[in-house]
Design a protein around this ligand. Sequence first.
Ligand code: NMX
Ligand code: MLT
Length: 442
Amino acid sequence: MSTSLKASLASKTAALKKEIETLLAAHGNTPIADVTLSQAYGGMRDIKCMVTETSSVDPQEGIRYRGMSIPDLQAKLPKAPQGAQPLPEGVFWLLLTGDVPTAAQAAEVTASWRANETLPEHVMRTLDQLPISTHPMTQLSIGIMAMQNDSIFAKRYREGMPKSTFWDAMYDDVNLLLGRMPVLAAYIYRRTYKDGKHIAPSANKSLDWSANLAHMLGFDGEGFRELMRLYMSIHADHEGGNVSAHTTHLVGSALSDPYLCLAAGMNGLAGPLHGLANQEVMRWLVGVKAKLGGGVPSKEQLSEFVWNTLNGGQVIPGYGHGVLRVTDPRYLAQREFALQNLPDDENFRIVKMLYEVVPDILMKQGKAKDPWPNVDAHSGVLLVHYGMNEYDFFTVLFGVSRAMGVLASLILDRAVGSPLERPKSVTTEWVKKKVATVASVS
Ligand code: NMX
Ligand code: MLT
């Protein structure tokens, strides 16, 4: 277990808890948002009604982890010996504490996760019983649930642990879970697509978490390792309101253990409007190529295909966002990676062309509030470039990364004593009476 991370967390969260108590005592009744009827019916978009410490998304700037943009992470977080991308171990430290770790501290996280890289036998047997056609995200969720009997939080809760130590039990569970996530993901990949020929974790115990994941998947080149470090770092967190983070937080508010919470979050990530969009992008792009006879289409052909998709009542996967109103900086980070490492890749050339074509069309159509590409518009072509052609697996990689962000928040939730989440719902009948009353007084 990473002892200095836990110690740093303990002192940070004690201070944060005090700060929140002081704020609530002085300003507990201060309104911070109004809610309109459109928001109540419209997916609660933009209502400021929850607090998440790990990251925030500005509509014009995109993601910042504890105030740091993606270029900041790339410049300031520890890297692998020959690498240029941040180590996700450093991202996790940052998300939890708000501090940039040293290389030694990031290595401590690597060691504590890699000490947990064994899947219980029954988890593998459970997965082996599933039809091979079971979607990898369903396998991921079932695999996480199958490990729930190991939950330290659930065991200690049953034994009567005091509320002040919830975060400590949560931390220990999360440490185990994050150690196991890459092994679980690799197990699913190799059973589903590689005839069950599994690859053991690297004997080199100082190999970082992402490189070891790449190894267990069966991709040992430095290019794929760097891609995994970038991928794992940028998909980790996107403030608290997205479906996977919000679900994990909500389920955790019932004091469910992190296995139950993470599986719930992953089930949300598996939806096509959320993380599953990354597989849909690749499928859609391959569909374009097949329909147009292969190769790189012209802009005119691509535009026609985009319009056909829209006129068929479908969304353009990888475009649009619930919060962002600019190109997603996670897309730009991946574009930068592609420009450096695979500038002539055929699929990348199509992705670049889509960037020139789709926003204009979405603006002309006039429905999407954000016509720009999101993180999922780019990730698939990078994976395919290095030989990972199994699109249905892509969201599992998103899930391994997202586990870091949502589980960091879950530890913080328990540390500051977040209560049961229970908003008030109303009926349309109630709404009709309410608007009638408001209309009669104005
Ligand atoms: N293609 C076609 N129509 C779109 C798109 C798109 N990419 N994005 C939004 N619209 C439509 C949307 O379906 C809605 O139509 P209607 O009024 O008929 O229901 C209208 O534009 C207004 O939607 P917005 O308010 O702009 O978007 P919202 O916040 O509801 O949804 C997404 C955000 C991300 C769900 C939406 O943009 C979308 O469906 N994008 C494609 C799927 C995707 O890429 N998802 C991944 C998001 C990132 N992630 O990893 O989670
Ligand atoms: C995410 O990374 O969770 C997505 O961009 C969706 C969101 O933020 O709503």
